[in-house]
Design a protein around this ligand. Structure first.
Ligand SMILES: [Ca+2]
Length: 172
């Protein structure tokens, strides 16, 4: 099995006095490499309440303004309450109707307790049929080791796709 992942780091560096976080997002647009199948993932024995971190929505849209609704928006909701993890690693797999899977990771440092992470997947919705989004996240630095959270979401975009290689960006 050959699996390649691209990595996107999102760093939250400036929590303000009011409790709101200014998020400095380092966006790395990276070309994703299609993989032939979903990789086998070993889950941690510690599994957190999925309400801490979950896929709030996933849908198709024209996010890059090329007049083609061939992009995918994934919204990951952070609801960490008073937890203050040092890092949250979010592994995502987007599987197209053909079975082609794009795998990528977003790492969030000093994650906000309550916010929505936008993940834009450009030129990825290029097939008709149902799309599956799978998430396996690791929450680190809670004082009890690594905690895992799993979630999944499916949606059905329209037929057709636009030009260009798939890319991903993430921001709060
Ligand atoms: Ca588009």
């Amino acid at each position: 099995m050959k699996v390649k992942q691209t990595y996107i780091w999102v760093e939250n560096t400036c929590p303000s006095v009011s409790g709101l976080y200014r998020v400095k997002a380092l966006l790395l647009l990276a070309t994703l490499l299609a993989v032939s199948c979903i990789p086998v993932v070993c889950a941690s024995p510690k599994t957190a309440d999925s309400s801490l971190l979950y896929i709030a929505d996933a849908y198709y849209a024209d996010l890059d303004g090329d007049s083609s609704a061939d992009d995918i928006k994934i919204l990951v909701q952070f609801a960490l309450r008073d937890l203050e993890p040092t890092r949250v690693d979010i592994n995502l797999w987007v599987t197209l109707p053909s079975g082609t899977t794009y795998a990528f990771r977003v790492s969030v440092y000093k994650a906000p307790s309550d916010s929505t992470l936008n993940i834009d997947c450009i030129n990825m919705a290029c097939e008709s049929g149902w799309y599956d989004v799978k998430m396996l996240a690791s929450i680190l630095g809670l004082g009890r080791g690594r905690v895992s959270v799993e979630d999944a979401f499916s949606f059905d975009p329209p037929t057709g796709g636009g030009p260009g290689l798939p890319t991903v960006s993430a921001y709060f």
